[in-house]
Structure formats: structure tokens, C-alpha cells
Design a protein around this ligand. Structure first.
Ligand code: SF4
Length: 152
């Protein structure tokens, strides 16, 4: 067995290609959602009293998590909280979540580390120093890992 001819194996083996079309639609939907999340984040920072957390990779991770939740669950549920639990709390855990003001006041950044206080951002900028002096454990507790919970 082995070399049987399932579908011919010719150059145009995509006779029934709805999967490809569906992938395109999914990509499209995600792209639209991603744009919406980016616009929301930019507007919130531009008009609000917070800045972006000073690590772009962390911010991007949260943006992707918010996008995943928007696509999968229809709302920008906080990516660092269990989505099913968030769903039971109305809009409280939809970004910007209800606890983020208190979290930022307490630790300088929201739990996902998307938004941060101006003070924290200024302090981070102020202590930019040579890599040889940088310590690995910057920040107190560090941000929580976003867990979208919608994967699978
Ligand atoms: S913790 Fe931050 S990113 Fe997560 S929902 Fe709240 S404000 Fe948005």
C-alpha cells in the first residue's frame, strides 16, 4: 500500500476547496476584529489618562488576545481572565474592564499589562540604562500571562 491515487495527486488537487475559502473568511473576520481592537486601544490611550504598557511585545500579546476573544466570543473580554467567568459578569470584564482603574492605581498597570499609569511609563523611560546593568526581574509582580481561553 502507499501510493494509491486519492484524488489523482495532479497539480490541481484542489477540486473541492471550500476550506481555503473559509480560511479566507476567518482571516478577514480576524483582520476586522484586530483593526477594531487597535483602534479602541489607540483611542483609549489618546483620550484617556493612561498610556500603553512600556513593553510593545507585551502590549501586542494583549491586543492579539483581545482580538481572539472578540472573534470567538463577540466582545473584547479581558484576555488574562477566564472568559467563561467573565461572561457571567456582564460588561465588567470587557476591556477596559471595571477593575483596571484600581489595578493601575495599585500596581501601575492593568492586570493584562495593556494600560499603565503615566508615572510608571515615565519611570521606565527614566531608568533606561545599559543592558549590562539591567536586572531580569524588572517590576514587582510582573504582568499576568494573557490566556485567551478560547483556543482549541
Ligand atoms: S486588564 Fe487591561 S487589557 Fe485586560 S480587560 Fe482590563 S483594561 Fe483591558
Amino acid at each position: 500500500m502507499g501510493g494509491d491515487d486519492r484524488g489523482g495527486g495532479g497539480p490541481a488537487a484542489r477540486s473541492d476547496a471550500p476550506a481555503g475559502a473559509r480560511d479566507g473568511a476567518v482571516d478577514d473576520k480576524r483582520e476586522v476584529a484586530l483593526r477594531r481592537v487597535r483602534r479602541f486601544v489607540a483611542t483609549y490611550v489618546a483620550k484617556g489618562k493612561y498610556e500603553l504598557y512600556p513593553e510593545p511585545a507585551v502590549v501586542e500579546n494583549v491586543v492579539q488576545g483581545l482580538t481572539d476573544n472578540l472573534v470567538a466570543h463577540g466582545r473584547m473580554y479581558c484576555p488574562c481572565a477566564p472568559v467563561e467567568e467573565s461572561k457571567t459578569k456582564g460588561s465588567d470584564m470587557v476591556c477596559p474592564c471595571k477593575p483596571h482603574h484600581a489595578d493601575i492605581a495599585r500596581q501601575g498597570y492593568c492586570d493584562c499589562a495593556l494600560f499603565a499609569s503615566r508615572e510608571l511609563v515615565a519611570a521606565e523611560r527614566g531608568r533606561e540604562r545599559p543592558a549590562s546593568q539591567a536586572e531580569p526581574g524588572v517590576g514587582d509582580d510582573g504582568p499576568r500571562e494573557p490566556s485567551t481561553g478560547g483556543e482549541g
